[in-house]
Design a protein. Structure first.
Length: 400
C-alpha cells in the first residue's frame, strides 16, 4: 500500500526514520512529509535516503513561480495517490490543527484533501498530553474515525515520567495494518441494545447512590457495533461522554428507568449487551427535601433495584443475551455463576477497583469471556475499543 508518513516537530521525530524503514519492510511505499518544525529535528535527506523518494517539506516552493504553482496543488495529488495517512510523532500543535481544519502547511493541507484512513501517533510532554485542549482535540479526531495510537508511559525528554512518549513501533505498525483492512459490515442487519454507564438512585433532591462506572466500555461497544453496520440503541446512565455518531440514545437515570427503557426497545432487538453498572440498591424512601445534618448517626434503609439482566434471562426472546460481571475477586467463579443464574449466552467479566489500571474509569480493559460451553476466553489488556471489537467477534461466533 502507499502510505504518507507525516512527521511533525518533536524529539521523537528521529524515531520516524526507523518507522519509515519498518513500513517499507512490511511491503509499503512510503512518502514522507516533514513539517517545518520536524526539519529542525531531522533532515529530509535521512528520509530521502531511506525511502528512495523525494521528501516533501513545503507548501510553496520558493524556487520559481511555476514550481510554486505546481507544489501548491501537489497536496491534492499526494492525497489522491495514497491509501493511508500516518503522522508519527503527532505533536499537540498538529493535533489541534487537524482537529480544527487549519491548513497552513503541506501536511495540514494534505490532511484536509485526504479521504482515506488516518492514523495518529501523538508524542509530547505529559502535561500537554493531559491538557483539556489536547483532550478535546483528540476526542474530535477520534469521533472523526481516526485511529489514535496512545503514547506510552516513560521518561520524557523534559525529564518527567508519565504518558507522552511515542508509542512503541510495533503498536504503530499494528494500527496501520488494522486501518488498512477493508471495512467489514459484518453486523449489518443486527439491532444491538447496549446499556452503559452507572445508574443514580436519589436519596433526596441533592444526593444519590451510584458507582464508579464511566460508561467508556458501553460507548466503545456502541461505536464499534455501529461502524460494523449494526443499528445500535444505547440506553445510557449519566456519563460525561458524547454518544458515537449514528447511535440511537435513550438517556435514563435510575435502575427502574433503565429497566423500562430496555423492555420498551426489545421488539426489533437481536442482541442485548448489558454493560451498565446498575446500582443494586436504592434508598427505600426519597426525601422530598434535603436531609439536614444532625449530630446523631444516620442509617440508610435500602431496597434492591430490579435485576434487569436476570429478568431478561427469564424472559428470553429471539435475541442473544450478553451480561457483564464487575468483580473485585474470584473473577471466573463469579462469571460462571452469573452466566447460569441470569441465563445469559456469554458473560464479560472484568476486575474492577479503584486502583486497577483497567476497568471502570480507565481507557483500557482486560476481560475474560465466560461461555456456555464452560470455556473461558481471556482477552489480554487492550483499549476498550479493541476489547469491544473482540466481544463483537465472539457475538458473531455465537450467532453461528
Ligand atoms: N445487572 C442488572 N440489573 C441490576 C444489577 C446488575 O441488569 N440491578 C446486570 C449488569 O448490567 C451486568 C450484570 O447484571 O450485566 C452483572 O452485574 P454485577 O454488578 O457484576 O453483578 P450483580 O448482579 O449486581 O451481582 P453481585 O452483586 O453478586 O456481584
Amino acid at each position: 500500500m502507499r502510505i504518507v508518513l507525516g512527521v511533525s516537530g518533536g524529539i521523537a521525530a528521529y524515531k520516524a526514520a526507523e518507522l519509515a524503514r519498518s513500513l517499507m519492510r512490511n511491503g509499503h511505499q512510503v512518502q514522507v512529509v516533514l513539517t517545518r518544525a520536524a526539519e529542525e529535528f531531522i533532515r529530509p535527506l535521512t528520509f530521502a535516503s531511506l525511502t528512495g523518494q523525494k521528501v516533501i517539506t513545503d507548501l510553496f516552493s520558493s524556487a520559481s513561480p511555476e514550481a510554486a504553482l505546481s507544489s501548491s496543488v501537489e497536496h491534492i495529488g499526494v492525497a489522491q495517490e495514497h491509501d493511508l495517512l500516518l503522522v508519527a510523532p503527532a505533536t499537540a500543535n498538529l493535533l489541534a490543527k487537524f482537529a480544527h481544519g487549519l491548513a497552513d502547511d503541506f501536511l495540514s493541507t494534505l490532511y484536509l484533501a485526504f479521504r482515506g484512513p488516518v492514523v495518529l501517533a501523538p508524542a509530547m510532554n505529559n502535561n500537554m498530553w493531559s491538557h483539556p485542549a489536547t483532550d478535546a482535540n483528540l476526542k474530535t479526531l477520534r469521533d472523526r474515525g481516526h485511529m489514535i495510537v496512545d503514547p506510552d508511559d516513560g521518561y520524557l525528554a523534559c525529564g518527567t515520567y508519565g504518558p507522552g512518549r511515542l508509542a512503541e513501533e510495533a503498536k504503530i505498525l499494528a494500527a496501520v495494518e488494522q486501518a488498512l483492512q477493508p471495512k467489514v459490515l459484518d453486523l449489518d442487519g443486527e439491532t444491538i441494545l447496549i446499556t452503559a454507564g452507572p445508574t443514580q438512585e436519589a436519596l433526596d433532591p441533592v444526593r444519590y447512590l451510584t458507582n464508579r462506572s464511566s460508561g467508556k466500555m458501553g460507548y466503545a461497544l456502541a461505536e464499534a457495533a455501529t461502524v460494523r453496520g449494526a443499528h445500535v440503541i444505547l440506553v445510557s446512565g449519566p456519563v460525561a461522554l458524547a454518544p458515537p455518531t449514528g447511535v440511537e440514545v435513550v438517556r435514563i437515570t435510575t435502575a427502574a428507568e433503565m429497566r423500562d427503557a430496555v423492555f420498551a426497545n426489545l421488539e426489533h432487538t437481536t442482541v442485548v449487551i448489558k454493560c451498565a453498572a446498575v446500582a443494586d440498591f436504592r434508598p427505600s424512601t426519597e426525601a422530598k427535601q434535603k436531609i439536614k445534618k444532625t449530630a446523631a448517626r444516620v442509617s440508610l434503609e435500602l431496597d434492591p433495584t430490579p435485576d434487569i439482566l436476570a429478568e431478561l434471562g427469564r424472559k428470553r426472546g429471539n435475541w442473544l443475551l450478553i451480561g457483564f460481571a464487575a468483580e473485585t475477586e474470584n473473577l471466573r467463579e463469579e462469571a460462571r455463576r452469573k452466566l447460569e443464574t441470569k441465563n445469559c449466552d456469554m458473560i464479560v467479566a472484568n476486575l474492577v477497583g479503584q486502583n486497577s489500571e483497567t476497568g471502570f474509569e480507565s481507557d483500557a480493559n482486560e476481560v475474560v469471556l465466560a461461555l456456555r460451553t464452560g470455556e473461558f476466553l481471556p482477552l489480554p489488556k487492550a483499549s476498550k475499543r479493541e476489547i469491544a471489537e473482540q466481544i463483537l467477534n465472539q457475538i458473531l461466533k455465537l450467532r453461528k
